[in-house]
Write a protein that binds this ligand. Structure first.
Ligand code: XIL
Length: 352
């Protein structure tokens, strides 16, 4: 183990002070792999979108094509067409892949919503994870094994999201998912992915505690879990709880799990209409959030939920009252980098 001497510490402090005083470029920390979720329809129809994915991303996440809804039109079959196309593209370009998501209470085909017994749910869940993880073994390095399993407003007695998995299998659904993924691809990084970890609100503090407890329980049972994914759909009108986030990062570190940012974008429905003002506010929110995280832990990846404002789920899900187009992402509708991209670049290049 290396020991930091007093002289090292003084030299580092002097260097930092000099850097700050002169504004000289600081040698930043290690670059953080940057990527984006890719939407298959857009990927197929818009060459500029494909070009942007190639140019900016070292990580690709099929946005919807690994969800049950896309893969499992019918109970007996698997349709890998969309996922295969995106996986092929990423591999051609030497980009890493994240798989999203093996278990989620949403985006289920009708037949899956109608499952009615514990045995049936367990059988289907295991078969699904075995088939999907096996197909992409050695190709998809990281999996969101479970997505949004924490209740929106949990209590410590009632921590889980009400989904078909929780109703039929109870809390064990999380263990079954991780155990199965680990068995099929022992080399994969296995992540628990969820939202709402960043604002100063007692509800958020409980959500963080629930995440820690789930991870602790998996670890206690010897079930592999390697990371927590923070979706980070940041609300423009909410503050960032930097201190709370840092504490959370440290607690995750103590449990021996990594952190990654998995679905970053800015919900700008309540930000001012003026595009330049809105873009600056979004960039500043992203900077505050990333600074808080990175000051405590180095995330494994930073992934945005799309790249260009031309296409985003935010528009539909969080529409603005003035009807203006949403501006949640790092590139504008013409693929020009926005201030948010300048912030992300610093992490991508390791100069933050
Ligand atoms: C969204 C996609 O972006 C949309 O295209 C789709 O219609 C619905 O799902 N949290 C998640 C993501 O984990 O899978 C969701 O993605 C956004 C919220």
């Amino acid at each position: 183990m290396s020991r930091i001497t007093r002289r090292d510490a003084l030299a580092a402090a002097a260097g930092l002070a000099a850097g700050l005083a002169t504004g000289a470029a600081r040698a930043g920390r290690a670059p953080i792999p940057f990527g984006s979720a890719a939407q298959i329809e857009t990927f197929r129809s818009d060459p500029r979108y494909r070009e942007a994915l190639r140019r900016y991303c070292s990580v690709i996440v099929p946005m919807n094509d690994l969800k049950w809804e896309a893969l499992r039109h019918d109970r007996n079959g698997f349709d890998f067409s969309g996922a295969d196309e995106l996986v092929g593209f990423a591999r051609q370009n030497g980009q890493a892949l994240r798989g999203h998501a093996l278990l989620w209470g949403m985006a289920l085909p009708p037949w899956a919503k109608e499952m009615s017994t514990k045995a049936e749910a367990e059988r289907e869940l295991i078969r699904h994870i075995e088939t999907v993880v096996d197909r992409y073994k050695g190709k998809i390095a990281t999996w969101d094994v479970v997505n949004e399993v924490i209740a929106h407003e949990p209590t410590l007695d009632n921590p889980y999201r009400d989904t078909i998995w929780q109703r039929l299998l109870g809390p064990e659904h999380i263990e079954i998912a991780f155990k199965t993924a680990a068995r099929v691809d022992p080399k994969a990084r296995l992540v628990i992915n969820d939202y709402d970890f960043e604002d100063p609100d007692p509800r958020i503090a409980v959500r963080r505690e629930v995440a820690l407890r789930i991870i602790r329980r998996l670890k206690d049972k010897g079930i592999p879990v390697h990371g927590l994914g923070m979706q980070a759909h940041l609300y423009g009108e909410r503050a960032i709880d930097s201190h709370g986030l840092q504490q959370f990062m440290l607690a995750l570190g103590k449990l021996g799990v990594d952190v990654e940012i998995t679905e970053l974008d800015v919900i700008d429905w309540k930000l001012p209409a003026d595009p330049a003002t809105r873009d600056r506010a979004a960039a500043s929110l992203v900077a505050t959030f990333l600074n808080a995280v990175v000051s405590a832990r180095q995330p494994k990846a930073i992934v945005t939920w799309g790249l260009s404002d031309r296409y985003s789920w935010i528009e539909e899900t969080f529409p603005r009252q003035d009807g203006a187009k949403a501006r949640p992402l790092p590139l504008d509708t013409e693929y020009k980098p926005k201030p948010m991209m300048t912030v992300l670049d610093r992490y991508r290049r390791g100069t933050a």
